[in-house]
Design a protein around this ligand. Sequence first.
Ligand code: KG4
Ligand code: ZN
Length: 346
Amino acid sequence: MKILAIETSCDETSLALLECSGPISRPKFKILKHFIASQIKIHEPFGGVVPNLAKREHLINLPVLYKKIFGKPDAEKRLWKQIKFIAVTSGPGLEPALWTGIEFAKSLGKTHKVPVYGANHMEGHLWSFLASKSGEAAVKAGLKKQFPAVALLVSGGHTILLKMAAIDKWKKLGETRDDAVGEAFDKVARILKLPYPGGPQIEKLAKIGNADAIPFPRPMIHDKNYDFSYSGLKTSVLYYLRDNSQAKSEDIAASFQKAAVEVLVFKTTKAAKEFGAKSIIIAGGVASSKYLRAALQAKAKELKIKLFVPEFKLNTDNAGMIGIAGYMNFLRGKKHSLKANGAMEV
Ligand code: KG4
Ligand code: ZN
């Protein structure tokens, strides 16, 4: 079946057309068309996403991307005949931004008489690896073999560890008590006067720095629970720079990155061992960090288990993953509300 997917939860406007097939044990995804309009340049001067600016940009971008997918009226008509439903992100995210996508989807649904279903942005991240080469191979070999699994969802708004009994069944083990890890990367980048978004900038700068130069704290690493905390680490960077104004920014970037990632890797690995995980899944913007991927890959190898990571294009916010989440929930018979919910839980 064909699905139209829409994502507007933060600073990327995205539309995708997918061909989805198979049961929940063997889901198959082909992303036929996929467009992402990034607003990074607009928000960059503010050092973070400004909700009302994001809303304004989504309203401008949505019809442009729609035209790219549907083309001329003839083609548009033909395509709508094949679309089974529309999946649109209804949370979590910035509510003014979410509403633009929801209203756009509703109006399309009404005009073309197609149902509209809400999708959970974090479920999109979680399942996006299914459209990667390693995910497709796992589906072919039998998804069941990869569970139980541990999933680490790391983005600008979330740091969540899940224990998954099956691809559609999970329990939250822990999450951040304050800042998300991506947020910490963005804030530290701002302290170092690097542009937004900070993650990729810090990773780049860290390559020429000494990761052992500064012993930043590893918050909550030895706590018994699976929660995280990143606000204190960010403050440590701030104080360190205040007291050591001559410090090299590449050493700060490298040392911060090491501290931040070490906690993620330690807790994810601990959970994988405790629950006898057959695989580890990582997703969300921060999972595009090659440094994090390599560190977790090494641990997965040690444990002789698989590591699943989405393709780079599906790592940061995109509608492709929302189409995947839409189809998975269609198969599960789970319906998310069409009301914007900034704090929707995974
Ligand atoms: O999933 P995403 O695109 O948007 C949210 O849902 O938040 O994640 C964006 C976050 C930003 O905080 C960004 O700095 C971070 O992902 N990020 C990274 C890297 N690439 C993106 N963090 C660390 N290292 C990276 N290479
Ligand atoms: Zn996201």
